[in-house]
Design a protein around this ligand. Sequence first.
Ligand SMILES: CC(C)(COP(=O)(O)OP(=O)(O)OC[C@H]1O[C@@H](n2cnc3c(N)ncnc32)[C@H](O)[C@@H]1OP(=O)(O)O)[C@@H](O)C(=O)NCCC(=O)NCCSC(=O)CC(=O)O
Length: 278
Amino acid sequence: MALAYSTLTYWLVNHPYIANFTWTEGETFGSTVFFVAIVVSLYLSATFLLRHAVVSLPSLGSKILKPITSVHSFILCLLSLIMAVGCILSVTSDPTMHLFHTICFPLDVKPKGPLFFWGQVFYLSKILEFGDTLLIILGKSFQRLSFLHVYHHATVVILCFTWLRTRQSMFPVALVTNSLVHVVMYGYYFLCAVGRRPGWKRFVTEFQIVQFVFGFVLSGWMFPEHYFGSGCSGVWTIYFMGAFNGSLLVLFFNFRSKNYANKKQLDNYFPKETIKLA
Ligand SMILES: CC(C)(COP(=O)(O)OP(=O)(O)OC[C@H]1O[C@@H](n2cnc3c(N)ncnc32)[C@H](O)[C@@H]1OP(=O)(O)O)[C@@H](O)C(=O)NCCC(=O)NCCSC(=O)CC(=O)O
């Protein structure tokens, strides 16, 4: 146990590259406003163009698409777990860091060290998640190419960039929460892609809703910090954080009521076999 802990701590926190990582605007990969603007514009325009282009093309067979989808989902599930563990260990293994630092960096915080390394990996992982949209389009699963989906994928990249650029105090907590949710979500997607439909789809949605409630409440809790003599770094971006979490909360409540409102869809939560047994 102790060996596993020290090995993990070395590879996820104390490795010289991670320990000495510095997020420098204009030098670190993807660290400019220009880069984010281009990436998000390309994502939105490619989504729009491909959505219309594939209609007239023959469908990619599920024999090709399913293995790619499962590998993509598996990688994101594993990466989410690594990011959550990396971020937690960055806090718990640092004797100079107490829990309050995970929601309140001091104003003079330097964007250095393991927490900012995992923040950068998390930010870039949001670009990798654009692959979800591509897979949906290639599979011609257009009803899943919802406003919620595209809005989420485009906005979250900008949000993560602002976390790093403004050294936003709440990002470690938000990173761990979202990574844990994504372990479950990509685990669910992976199982779907390998042909098993788990009975806990509704649980995934509700876990996501809890995450957005938490993010919204946390942003609100930081408002006084912004107004009255702030001692925490980057809290002015809580407006963005609050709006992001609030809007996704509304969209996910809508998704939940549309998808699980009737008896048939409740079977997603309690599979038929379970109901029969009971
Ligand atoms: C249970 C959910 C996670 C997903 O709901 P869906 O209705 O989209 O799910 P579903 O049951 O149709 O998914 C099964 C289908 O997804 C395919 N699939 C598998 N892996 C995938 C991947 N990485 N990207 C896109 N699709 C994928 C499977 O092959 C299967 O296709 P087939 O059916 O052909 O066999 C839900 O809670 C949700 O998030 N809904 C919003 C829609 C969305 O886009 N969510 C992800 C981004 S939002 C997000 O990420 C928020 C957050 O941060 O938590």
